[in-house]
Design a binder for this molecule. Structure first.
Ligand code: OGA
Ligand code: NI
Length: 353
């Protein structure tokens, strides 16, 4: 039998593996065990996912806005995750974006390979399977692509509709993300533009990162994306009709099930660093299923890549705290996260003060 390493380097896409008629079990290179005892009971009120009505932030009365901002303190501390509803991005645009991503993943492997590139997160775009075939100890049951859409907008050139849809979708989701950062700034007792300005978000990094998870014959023996935190400030995520995202809450994994037109919003590492650990970059993962293909689109929003991120001095002073994290340039942080030193885990351990 050929060594696993040679076999795995030949994998073009999990889509083609999953479509092979002979597949009845998970190939050994993908073996990953999910422990069902770690899963949360979604009917337990302790695991009721917070919902944030964005229309009350943008056009509610001052009282309604203050109430949401007040709620956000608890949500960001205890969950680091919520579902944003009434956010103003048309459902047709969200669906159009999912369809355009589906169109890309449906191209023949050879055509998708044109979009392969190096392993630098700052590439214009990147298509691949698993996470990083050269580093992965277990292969992931997913194909993906990432496109950088801000501060400069890039696009895939296939399928033909991709560029137009992704430009509008990226612009509209950015408005939602910026509204969230304003509300979070206020929830910290800071000026609404504090995070935007301190993080140079005028030149902030925004990606469009799509994942394709085909049906898996033994979903409990494979993983779409293992537990990790995201490196930016805040990530918005949408999906087709299939669930699969799980967030860690009170020591359990909770499957996120929410309104189809909502954005799943998770706080990410730079938010935890900026708030000196007051707000939480939530641990999350993507599971797979044996019924239908799941597509998710994550839209991470971050500082500009040359910004030095450290706990906000205004907050340290207010809370009388010493900084818990050393300052680091965002680009270096991303490179540290992707170096494989802390394979798909939190990068914080490297920057504790
Ligand atoms: C990610 C991610 C989860 C999902 O792309 O960083 O966490 O549900 N995706 O696909
Ligand atoms: Ni993630």
């Amino acid at each position: 039998m050929a060594p696993v390493a040679t076999q795995t380097m030949d994998v073009k896409s999990i889509k083609s593996v999953a479509e092979s008629p002979a597949l009845s079990s998970v190939p050994s290179a993908y073996a990953f065990n999910i422990n069902p005892n770690d899963e949360a009971d979604p009917n337990d009120p302790e695991f009721a996912i917070p919902i944030v009505d964005m229309s009350l932030l943008t056009s509610g009365s001052p009282d309604q806005r203050s109430k949401i901002i007040h709620d956000l303190v608890k949500i960001c501390k205890e969950w680091g995750f919520f579902i944003a509803i009434n956010h103003g991005v048309p459902e047709s645009l969200m669906k159009g974006m999912i369809d355009a991503c589906h169109g890309f993943f449906s191209l023949p492997d050879e055509e998708k390979e044109e979009f392969k590139s190096g392993n630098d997160v700052l590439e214009m775009f990147k298509y691949g399977t698993s996470y990083n075939l050269a580093l992965d100890k277990v292969l992931l049951w997913r194909d993906f692509f990432k496109v950088r859409v801000h501060p400069e907008f890039y696009s895939l050139y296939k399928p033909a509709c991709f560029s137009e849809v992704s430009m509008e979708f990226s612009k509209r989701t950015r408005e939602v993300a910026l509204e969230i950062t304003r509300a979070i700034s206020e929830s910290l007792g800071l000026e609404p533009n504090y995070i935007h300005d301190a993080m140079n978000m005028d030149h902030g990094l925004q990606m469009l990162a799509a994942n394709y998870y085909p049906p898996c014959p033994q979903p409990e023996h494979a993983i779409g994306i293992p537990h990790h935190t995201d490196h930016g400030l805040v990530t918005l995520l949408i999906q087709n009709e299939m669930n699969g995202l799980q967030v860690e809450h009170n020591g359990k994994w909770l499957t996120v099930n929410g309104p189809a037109n909502g954005f799943f919003v998770n706080l990410a590492d730079q938010m935890q660093i900026l708030t000196n650990g007051k707000y939480k970059s939530v641990m999350h993962r993507a599971t797979v299923n044996n019924k239908a293909t799941r597509i998710s689109i994550a839209i991470p929003h971050g500082p500009s890549v040359d910004t030095l991120i450290a706990p906000a001095p205004e907050l340290l002073e207010k809370e009388g705290q010493a900084p818990k994290y050393i300052g680091m340039n965002y680009k270096e942080y991303i490179q540290l996260q992707q170096s494989g030193k802390n394979y798909m885990k939190s990068t914080f351990d490297h920057i504790l003060a």
